[in-house]
Design a binder for this molecule. Structure first.
Ligand code: NAD
Length: 443
């Protein structure tokens, strides 16, 4: 099939475009930034995701992947367009549909002169009602054509996880594929794209597809905030949260909930903005979303728990202390720093008057855009740790689990915001602290 991916220079768009091209579809990867499109043409993936670079080079060689800024031509020469543009939240927490409106308008204009049937698929996360009440009318207005007759419309939410984006897209077995269809013909065509993917396909209404994405993200975000609240209580009561977590997971009804890890809270481009958008949508509809608001409130405060812990164990005030912050990305496997807990932790430590050295194997160039020269950037973890009075682990990159890493530290205080380290394996002389780990263990 011939496919245009609009928003192709973003995380979801690029992953979608490269993965569909690897399946043999002819894909136009449409972006607005000519520098990024030029880089893609040269095989430079512009974001970090495992396997992405190799696959990008492969699809460029096979000529199934064409980076372009020409949206009109891409849509005119395609059977399907995927809208993968950003849907951030505005100041009041509600969804900002500016990019969705812009992309719909441009696609509508392109459809005007297009010969043949075409399906527009909304892959961006949008609150229920958006595809039918915003995207469709704009497409109809600017194309002068009728949805469900002259062109098709679907909503196909994306469930990939950053850090495992390529794998999740290529092997959707654990997440399934949801296709919300305006009419059967649209749904049939989009189902065809996914027919050789190993994952169950759910065909449903457009509104249900839109809501499924929010329900899933809200569910998982609520788990994280639940875990953090319980860990905070454990901390105060002198109970090790890891023992409690193990005990909870023994209950088959709870199961091995990977989202029961406590620590610095959730971040990233999805959970915070999606929960906030559905909260705003619920309120607009007259519903008080008490649990979801609490989920956000707990998460907002959680990174500061780490700073409080650092104050207790390094000494209050922290002014003048040198703190190494290990991990900047909002989670391992990505360079994405959107809403990363590290931002709150670092800003708060800076306000306390600390000197900060930071290390992250992938996210430093994004961090430089946020912190400029307010912190020192290190190329190796040891470099960041060397002269530090204490270190705070904010992202659970596997390399931070190596106890030998910390032997170069001047001060021997570790605040582990993700429980990545097994404190029992630390060499003698270290003070290990974590949220939900109330005993300060001197090894
Ligand atoms: P992003 O900000 O990384 O990418 C969006 C891209 O769209 C940007 O590169 C922007 O320049 C481009 N764009 C905007 N308008 C355009 C236009 N008219 N023509 C061409 N390009 C245009 O966002 P993202 O993280 O990829 O997320 C995209 C959507 O997918 C969001 O709705 C998000 O909620 C959803 N989503 C994201 C993830 C994730 O892990 N990042 C996972 C699932 C769903």
């Amino acid at each position: 099939m011939k496919i245009a991916v609009v928003g192709g220079t973003g995380y979801v768009g690029l992953t979608t475009a490269v993965c569909l091209a690897s399946k043999g579809h002819a894909v136009f990867c449409v972006g607005r930034n000519p520098d990024k499109i030029e880089k893609l043409m040269q095989g430079i993936p512009i974001i970090y995701e495992e396997k992405l670079e190799v696959m990008l080079k492969d699809v460029l060689k096979r000529r199934t992947f064409v980076p372009t800024t020409d949206l009109k031509k891409a849509v005119k020469d395609s059977d399907v367009s995927f809208i993968c543009v950003g849907t951030p939240c505005g100041n009041d927490g509600s969804i900002d549909l500016t990019q969705i409106r812009g992309a719909s308008m441009e696609i509508g204009c392109a459809l005007k002169d297009k010969v043949g049937y075409h399906v527009v698929v909304v892959k961006s996360t949008v609150v229920p009602g958006t595809t039918g009440s915003v995207v469709l009318p704009i497409l109809e207005k600017f194309s002068g054509k009728k949805g469900g007759v002259d062109f098709g419309v679907c909503m196909n939410p994306e469930f990939l996880r950053e850090g495992r984006a390529v794998n999740d897209f290529m092997f959707p077995k654990g997440a399934g594929i949801v296709i919300g269809e305006f009419d059967q013909k649209s749904g049939d065509l989009i189902s065809k794209i996914y027919e050789d993917f190993d994952g169950e396909i759910l065909r449903t209404s457009i509104r249900a597809a839109e809501m499924i994405k929010y329900a899933r993200n809200s569910y998982l975000a609520k788990d994280v905030s639940f875990a953090n609240e319980i860990a905070n209580i454990c901390h105060r009561l002198g109970v090790d949260y890891l023992d409690v977590k193990k005990g909870m997971e023994m209950d088959a009804r709870i199961g091995e909930g990977r989202f029961l890890d406590a620590g610095a809270g959730f971040g990233g481009s999805c959970f915070p903005k999606d929960v906030s958008a559905i909260v705003a949508k619920a309120k607009e509809s007259g519903i008080a979303p008490i649990m979801l608001e609490s989920t956000l409130k707990i998460n907002e405060a959680q990174p500061y728990q780490l700073v409080e812990l650092a104050k207790q164990v390094v000494g209050n005030p922290l002014k003048g202390k040198r703190i190494a912050v290990l991990g900047l990305a909002f989670k391992p496997g990505t360079d994405d720093m959107r809403e990363a807990p590290s931002i709150k932790v670092i800003n708060s430590l800076l306000r306390e008057g600390c000197e900060i050295s930071v290390y992250d194997s992938k996210a430093v160039s994004n961090a430089k855009k946020i912190f400029g020269d307010k912190v020192e950037y290190s190329e190796k973890a040891e470099e960041a740790l060397k002269y530090a009075d204490a270190c705070v682990i904010v992202t659970e990159w596997p390399e931070f689990a190596n106890p030998k890493l910390y032997t170069c530290m001047r001060g021997r205080v570790i605040v582990d915001g993700r429980r990545v380290l097994n404190q029992a394996r630390l060499p003698p002389g270290f003070a290990y602290h974590a949220i939900g780990f109330p005993r300060a263990v001197k090894t």
